[in-house]
Write a new protein. Structure first.
Length: 57
């Protein structure tokens, strides 16, 4: 999620300069939600690619 969250965080900081509590209130929950939404799909994709290539581990 760092590839999504960090650039967005830096852009917001450059444009608005919000207080630190706002950064924490915005980015921590967003990171958690995105991780829980994306992780199962990426994990499934990786397992599918390994299976398709007959890689056993």
């Amino acid at each position: 999620m760092g590839h999504i969250i960090v650039p967005a965080m830096l852009i917001l900081e450059q444009l608005q300069h919000p207080p630190e509590w706002l950064h924490a209130a915005l980015w921590l929950p967003l990171t958690l939600v995105l991780t829980l939404l994306v992780l199962p799909r990426i994990k499934g994709m990786v397992i599918g690619v390994l299976w398709a290539n007959q890689i056993r581990g």
